[in-house]
Design a protein around this ligand. Sequence first.
Ligand code: TGC
Ligand code: FAD
Length: 391
Amino acid sequence: MKPDLFQAPDYYNLDELLTDEHKMVRDATREFVKREVSPIIEQAAQDAKFPKQLINGLAEIGAFGPYIPEEYGGAGLDQISYGLIMQEIERGDSGIRSTASVQSSLVMYPIFKYGTEEQKEKFLPKLASGEMIGCFGLTEPDHGSNPGGMTTNFKDKGDHYLLNGAKMWISNSPFADIAIVWAKNEEGRIHGLIVERGMEGFSTPETHNKWSLRASATGELIFDNVKVPKANLMPGKSGLGAPLGCLDSARYGIAWGAIGAAMDCYDTALRYSKEREQFGVPIASKQLQQKKLAEMITEITKAQLMAWRLGTLRNEGKATSAQISMAKRNNVEMAINIAREARQILGGMGITGEYSIMRHMMNLESVITYEGTHDIHLLITGLDITGHAAF
Ligand code: TGC
Ligand code: FAD
């Protein structure tokens, strides 16, 4: 793979909207990605292996629980810093950002928000330091966009719960130490349970042959009469709103992360277009290539403004779920379109692993599907503006 020469585009001087802390966090993550991720990521994707050697470094830069309070091992940062960390990690690879998103927003966040004090003290510091990795089980083989239909269930057996069912498409599941599992009780009410590796009847087979998100481990969660201690139920919130509340936080992170992937594709294509000569001149001097590049930087700038504004709303506790859906949907589509255009600017070179673009493009096919598909987010906006659910 080519050396990482990334230079971040900032067409509207957005740096002026950031605090010194934001810039420090962003620059430290950018440096980490250049030093630790870029040199190894292409091979990890080719080998379809999550690079576990990155876990300690991700923990050190505060990527695990950026906004979780320091008393529980988190970095105690605000929502803009969290977004910038996701942007910079996804600039390297969506699969690595996935691991950080799941750990922070889908594992640490529910324990912090819905867990008991004992659960927080037992799990959060270890998750923040990377000593423990978690995963989040909502999707089932027959219930993806419609998680409320889930059939995974648990029964009260006096001194424990008995858990049965299966989850599918679970990021980090093959090596996770704990799983946040959403299941129905005997009354059909959804609750979150913390299932620990080693519990009898709990297995996590890996999903192979993915063409997308190859540097992220994806798998199933299978529960065959798993005895879960009662102390592992998170009592703070039940119903579908509990897992969906975690998704708000992860979808917000993706709205920033997608900008990172888009910036990397744009930056690579811009540099290539200035260096590559055809018909005796750089291809950057051709109007058709300039149209592609000019539209890319326009779309990136709009996405940056949207993410920044959403971050300020989240800092004030005012961002709605529908606003988050709009940003996730818009920014991921923006990134996938830019990846496709950037790939063309590189001609044949664009399909090789010498450059990051094709990997980003393939990764983004997962990002546009998970955390709510592109169409589901459109329907969430539709519901918000019309008052009619069209799911
Ligand atoms: P609906 O009746 O609309 O809502 C049920 C209850 O939930 C509440 N609610 C929310 N609460 C918090 N945050 C949100 N975003 C919420 N959206 C809805 C709602 O108010 C209601 O509460 P209550 O108290 O009235 O019961 O539910 P529905 O069954 O009609 O479904 C709505 C729909 C389709 C929008 C929703 O189910 C949905 O978002 N589907 C998409 C599923 C999804 O996003 N799955 C993601 C799985 S995790 C994942 O992909 C991780 S990838 C990670 C990585 O690798 O980075
Ligand atoms: P389906 O719900 O079957 O949808 C298929 C198509 O139908 C989509 O285009 C969808 O938009 C459309 N559709 C569905 N309902 C409607 C409707 N009402 N109206 C119009 N169109 C509709 N899940 C987790 O719980 N945890 C994870 O960690 C996780 N990681 C993932 C990692 C990867 C790599 C992938 C690919 C997925 C992951 N997921 C995870 C699952 C992901 O959230 C689901 O794939 C996603 O929610 C869509 O569900 P589905 O694949 O079953 O598609």
